[in-house]
Each structure stands twice: as C-alpha cells, then as structure tokens.
Design a binder for this molecule. Structure first.
Ligand code: FES
Length: 104
C-alpha cells in the first residue's frame, strides 16, 4: 500500500522523521534520489535520524555503523540489514510503500 508522506522532498542531506501506521521512518534526499528507511538502527535500535547522511549511506550516531540506503546493508557484516521502503515522487509529493508485514 502506498502512503502519501510529504508534500515536497527534504533538502539534500537532511533527514525528515515521519510515522506511518505507528512505524517510525526517515525520508532523506541524496542528489535528488529520495530514500525511506526505519528510524531504528538494527544494531541496538538507536534513532538513525540522530546520525548523518554520507553520500548514499546513513551513519548511526551511537557506534558509527553505516547502512547503504539502497540495499540496507551494514558496514559490519554481522549486523542485520536496515529495513528500507520503496519511494515514488509524483508532482513533488513523496509516496512510501509499506506492506502489511511492515506494519506493527
Ligand atoms: S546502535 Fe547504531 S551502530 Fe550501534
């Protein structure tokens, strides 16, 4: 199911916190590519929105692990992948797709 989330993309490199059906997410903009991911680090569930965006990675502020925004893969092999969500942009509106499995 697609959810209309923002009326315009975040400024490049900034993270915008949103919530869909009780799931805390982050939307960010890297070189006009929009990404959406869980606002919860797979390592120890720290808020990723407190970290920073470096190119196409989000860096967790707590221990510094980095997650690829396209694949969710972590810089540390033993850490689970970050959950990412499909995004589409139509007339500046940002839509995020969540399946029922993602909903709490
Ligand atoms: S809690 Fe995010 S890297 Fe440890």
């Amino acid at each position: 199911m697609w959810f209309n989330t923002l009326e315009s993309p975040p400024l490049p490199g900034l993270m915008k916190e949103i919530s869909i059906e009780g799931v805390r997410l982050v939307i960010t903009n890297v070189d006009s590519q929009i990404y959406c991911f869980d606002n919860r680090c797979p390592h120890e569930e720290f808020n990723l929105s407190l970290g920073c965006i470096k190119k196409s990675f989000v860096r967790c502020a707590l221990h510094g692990y980095e997650y690829n925004l396209s694949t969710g893969r972590c810089s540390e092999k033993e850490i689970p992948e970050l959950v990412t969500y499909p995004v589409k942009v139509k007339d500046e509106l940002i839509f995020v797709q969540m399946s029922e499995a993602n909903e709490l």
